[in-house]
Write a protein that binds this ligand. Structure first.
Ligand code: PGA
Length: 256
C-alpha cells in the first residue's frame, strides 16, 4: 500500500464524557510514539467528548487526531441543535464523517446534504470522510456498484480537484454495519477499486491514486488483515470494535 493507512474510530452515540476520557487514556497508552509515521489514527467521539478527548491526547503528546461524526453546512444562525464547521475547527477537529448510513437512514440526510457538508468542511480546512454504501436490498436486487458510484457523483458534485484531494471515502455496505456480517475482502476491495476508478474519471489519476478509501462494516481483529491487504483499501472506519481500547489498538497495530 503506497497510501498511508487511516484508521477511524466512530464511537457513535456511545460513551459519556467520563467514559470518553477513560477510553481515550487507554487508547493513548497503547499508541506508542513513532506509530504516527505509519498510520493515521482518528477518534470521532460524540460532540461533547471531542474537547476532553483531545485534552487527554495533547497532555500525552499522543499523535491521534480528532474527528466529528456530523456537522451542519451553514456558517451560523437559527439552526437549533446544529454544530458548524467553525465550531469543530475551534475544538481541534481535523476530520469529520459525513453521510454515514445511520444519518441517511434515521435523520434523512440526502446526497445533496452530504455534498454541501463536504464542501463546507473543506472550506474550513477539515477533511470530510464521505460515507457511501448500498443496502441489502440494493445488493440483492439491483446494481450495487451503480448505486455507490451515483452516491460518489453526488457527494463530489461541483468540487474541483483541489477540494476533492482533501476528502477520504469510506465504503460501508449498510448490511455489514453493526451486523457482524462483513463484506468479503474481495467484494470490499472490488468496490473500493471501482470508487477509485470513478475518482480518476472525475478528478484525474493523481487525485485518485492519493485518495484514501476505507472500508467499514463489522471490521474486527479477525478480518482486518485480509481487508487492508486489498490494494484499494487504505484503512477502516470502525464502530463496535473501536469502543474497547484493546480491540481498537489491535486494529491500528495491524497497519504498522
Ligand atoms: P461497525 O460500524 O464497525 O460497528 O459495523 C461501522 C460504522 O458504522 O462506521
Amino acid at each position: 500500500m503506497t497510501r498511508k493507512p487511516l484508521m477511524v474510530a466512530n464511537w457513535k452515540m456511545n460513551n459519556t464524557l467520563g467514559q470518553s476520557v477513560v477510553l481515550a487514556q487507554e487508547i493513548s497508552n497503547r499508541f506508542n510514539s513513532g506509530y504516527e509515521d505509519k498510520v493515521d489514527v482518528v477518534i470521532c467521539p460524540p460532540y461533547i467528548g471531542i474537547k476532553p478527548v483531545k485534552t487527554v491526547f495533547d497532555f500525552d503528546k499522543c499523535k491521534i487526531s480528532l474527528g466529528a461524526q456530523n456537522v451542519f453546512y451553514e456558517k451560523s444562525g437559527a439552526y437549533t441543535g446544529e454544530i458548524s464547521v467553525e465550531m469543530l475547527s475551534e475544538l481541534g477537529c481535523m476530520y469529520c464523517i459525513v453521510g454515514h448510513s445511520e444519518r441517511r437512514e434515521y435523520f434523512g440526510e440526502t446526497n445533496n446534504d452530504v455534498n454541501r457538508k463536504a464542501k463546507a468542511l473543506i472550506s474550513g480546512k477539515i477533511k470530510p470522510i464521505i460515507c457511501v454504501g448500498e443496502s441489502l436490498y440494493v445488493r440483492e436486487n439491483a446494481d450495487p456498484q451503480a448505486f455507490v458510484l451515483a452516491q460518489i457523483d453526488a457527494a463530489f458534485a461541483g468540487m474541483d480537484a483541489f477540494e476533492a484531494k482533501e476528502c477520504c471515502i469510506a465504503y460501508e455496505p449498510v448490511w455489514a454495519i453493526g451486523t457482524g456480517r462483513t463484506a468479503t475482502p474481495e467484494v470490499a476491495g472490488e468496490m473500493c477499486r471501482s470508487i477509485r476508478v470513478k475518482i480518476a474519471e472525475l478528478f484525474g489519476d493523481d487525485i485518485a491514486s492519493n485518495m484514501r478509501i476505507l472500508y467499514g462494516g463489522s471490521v474486527n481483529v479477525g478480518n482486518i488483515d485480509a481487508l487492508i491487504a486489498q490494494e484499494d483499501i487504505d484503512g477502516a472506519l470502525i464502530g463496535n470494535a473501536s469502543l474497547q481500547a484493546d480491540s481498537f489498538a489491535s486494529l491500528f497495530k495491524a497497519c504498522l
